[in-house]
Design a protein around this ligand. Sequence first.
Ligand SMILES: [Zn+2]
Length: 342
Amino acid sequence: MKKRLKVLKKILKRFPSIIPVNGKVPIEKNWTKYCTEKRSLNIDVFEKYNAGLPTGPSNRIIVVDVDDRKEMKALKEENGWKMPETFTVNTGGGGRHYYYQYPTDGNEYGNYGYRDKDSGKNVFDIKGIGGMVVAPGSIHPETKETYEIKRDVPIAPAPQWLLKLALKKDSSIKPQMDNMKNDNIISNFLSKLQGVEQTGKNRWKALCPVHDDHEASLSISIGDDGRILIHCFARCSPENILDRVGMSWPDLFPKTIDRAITVIDYVRETKEPNAVYNSIRVFAELTAAQLASVTQDLKEILGDKLNLNDFRKAVNESEGYKTRNENNRPIIQSNNRPLDQM
Ligand SMILES: [Zn+2]
């Protein structure tokens, strides 16, 4: 197989949303919807076309596209902007793409362009919702050089300065709702602990329910990204702590899809199929498309260890865990149809 198709195959595995591109221009009119929706394509399409990665929630990336590296260096020094080491691609035209994690904080991050005031030349762009980058393995239309992975390391969290520039709208209603959910989660969790004491804003300590604790070794806090963090100084695992109070680990994450992603990350770390089955109620709340996509992710990580029959059964049986409204009806219907097609 051609080398560029090999690279593209890897990319297709890593990113769930991909589009055909002619040179640098997307072929389809309404391609921007794939910034928020997943879309997979057969590798054959790219015998003929370049591949584009829509930026935004679907691929969970926000990309800094640097055209003028010298000017960018000066800007970074001037403004104190840091660019943590991350997955980086050399464009075929002398530029560089730095991939960062698209945040799951409920805000929307879009595109942003910075031009040099004197020359009017483009220095860098930020690509978020409504944007895309040409993927590694593609060919630059002018230089005929290949887009190549320069640094093949995990995608780092996006630095704050970047997010500030790309923030589309401060969706003040949404985070408020999430905060409310967060408050519920945290007060629910704290109510199950002994010796709770508030030690600061969004910070508490309590007696650890796992080990024989007399000194309030458990610290509970809400991180900057809204996540609830728990830490026992005697090093009891968060899983055990939650288990003791009748909660499961993804309960700490207010949004279903965030929780699913967190479970997947956890499974990736531990390669532990039981983590999937223990956390199954998350998957029961996902929509059909989301469920199909997380199943694919899990299959890739666990391979034969993921028993699809067990998984299907667990999703079906998780009915009782589902969130219910005041009439005791499940708020979200589970739909495991895509599992049967796998
Ligand atoms: Zn402990």
